[in-house]
Design a protein around this ligand. Structure first.
Ligand code: DWN
Length: 412
């Protein structure tokens, strides 16, 4: 059990005007997979609650755990188990090269470089790269690819050291990490410290608008301290002398992802202004947009609970695919456990042989779908549905059906 803290001030602007709008109960740390020894004792649970800052509009956790309790030695997330994600990362590097942002003499630094899923593509093109990754497993995997990797958490002080040793970064890439840092201002100050005056920072995170529109409540878990809109990112960057200049939207990535383009030099595009305007028009900058979200979430959870109970009562065998962090939130909030789900299949060998926290469902290799041919598979990695349904065509040809839980449960 670690000491969490109740959040009294906005992680971005410091305002005390935080308004709760969703509680998902007391849940275990989503990626704290259990070993057989862990099964002998109850895993710790912590409040999972989010709120809205009336001052800068940032949506954020209202109960926070220390980062080193989450991103520890056993942290199991490796990016390279999705072909679509690898292709997305390669396209990003190629776009930066085509735009002249990268080249032999221009340093690319990736914050949360994980297992080298992105930097490998830059290294192959002769780009000087540096990875920053705090978790030992992914950092070791990146180094095995020849990627220089610092195994530390990124922040202001650390960035100054990198600049002294390596010089300023021409490009900083920060994918699925800005939501994962407790010291949000220290993190962004690190960007300002490290980036060259004419440099570009690209930041990818799931888009808050889609979380609300598609009821992606399962993407809320303790390793995501914040949930970003353009409005909140704009305010955050201005505070550190950076400008949110552009934005790219990837609707099929992680349930809807934005790539924010940030630089020390202001050069705002009509596209980013349109996103900021749409958020105001949609009401995402006011509490009312979030006030009834909890009711929608409860409705989806009830739908899924009733569907699974009906299938189970009919004698159907049900498993799951994707031992995901979001899957922990979903099954623990809905109240599903190993009595309903026979197993969860996952391609990541670091997860296999463990059990999911809370629900305690055994994690097995993906081959189990064909070996055991359950009647239904709950797709906990629904954000990769296109890729996984392609991959599991044979399971489906044999009559297997997937249950896609978000935005509402459907059988495909
Ligand atoms: O922000 C985060 C997102 C980007 O990734 C991190 N906090 C942690 C992680 O979230 P998640 O665990 O909910 O994520 P993913 O990325 O949806 O995980 C997919 C899981 O599914 C992985 O364990 C790998 C597995 N997988 C598989 O077994 N076969 C994935 C694919 C595409 C497959 O074909």
């Amino acid at each position: 059990m670690v000491d969490g803290t109740r959040v009294e001030a906005c992680r971005s602007c410091g305002s005390p005007a935080l308004r709760p709008f969703l509680s998902l109960g007391r849940v275990p740390i989503a990626n704290a997979l259990l070993t057989v020894a862990d099964l002998a004792r109850e895993e710790p649970r912590y409040p999972l609650e989010v709120g809205f800052c009336e001052s800068c509009t940032l949506v954020q956790l209202l109960f926070a755990l220390p980062a080193d309790a989450i991103f520890d030695e056993a942290y199991p997330y490796f990016s390279s188990f999705s072909e679509d994600l690898l292709a997305h990362a390669k396209a990003h590097v190629e776009g930066l090269l085509a735009a002249g942002r990268l080249g032999p003499g221009r340093l690319l630094v990736e914050v949360a470089s994980n297992d080298g899923y992105l930097l490998r593509h830059a290294l192959e093109r002769g780009v000087p790269v540096l990875g920053i990754e705090p978790t030992p497993g992914p950092a070791a995997a990146a180094r095995a690819l020849g990627i220089p990797t610092l195994q530390v958490f990124f922040g202001r002080g650390m960035a100054a050291g990198v600049r002294r040793e390596h010089g300023p970064a021409d490009v900083i890439v920060a994918n699925n990490v800005m939501a994962h840092v407790p010291d949000l201002n220290g993190f962004v100050a690190g960007f300002r410290e490290l980036i060259a005056d004419d440099g570009l920072i690209t930041i990818e995170n799931p888009y808050l608008r889609d979380l609300i529109d598609h009821a992606e409540f399962d993407t809320i878990y303790h390793e995501h301290w914040c949930y970003f809109s353009c409005t909140a990112v704009d305010a955050l960057m201005r505070r550190h002398g950076l400008s949110l200049n552009d934005v790219e939207y990837f609707p099929r990535l992680h349930g809807g992802t934005l790539r924010w383009h940030v630089s020390p030099v202001e050069a705002r595009t009509p596209r980013v202004l349109a996103y900021l305007d749409e958020e105001r028009q949609r009401g995402l900058t006011a509490f009312a947009a979030y006030e009834r979200f909890g009711e929608r979430v409860a409705g989806i959870a009830d739908e899924l609970r009733v569907l699974l109970a009906r299938l189970h009562a009919e004698g159907a065998t049900i498993a799951a695919y994707g031992a995901t962090a979001k899957g922990s939130t979903l099954v623990n909030f809905v109240g599903i456990d190993q009595r309903t789900l026979a197993f969860v299949a996952d391609r990541n060998p670091h997860k296999q042989g463990h059990w999911t926290p809370g629900a305690r469902v055994p994690i097995v290799p993906a081959e189990a779908l064909l070996e055991r041919q359950p009647d239904y598979v709950l797709l906990l990695a629904w954000n990769f549905a296109d890729e996984i349904l392609r991959q599991q065509a044979e399971y489906r040809r044999r009559g297997g059906r997937f249950i896609v839980p978000i935005p509402s449960p459907v059988i495909v």
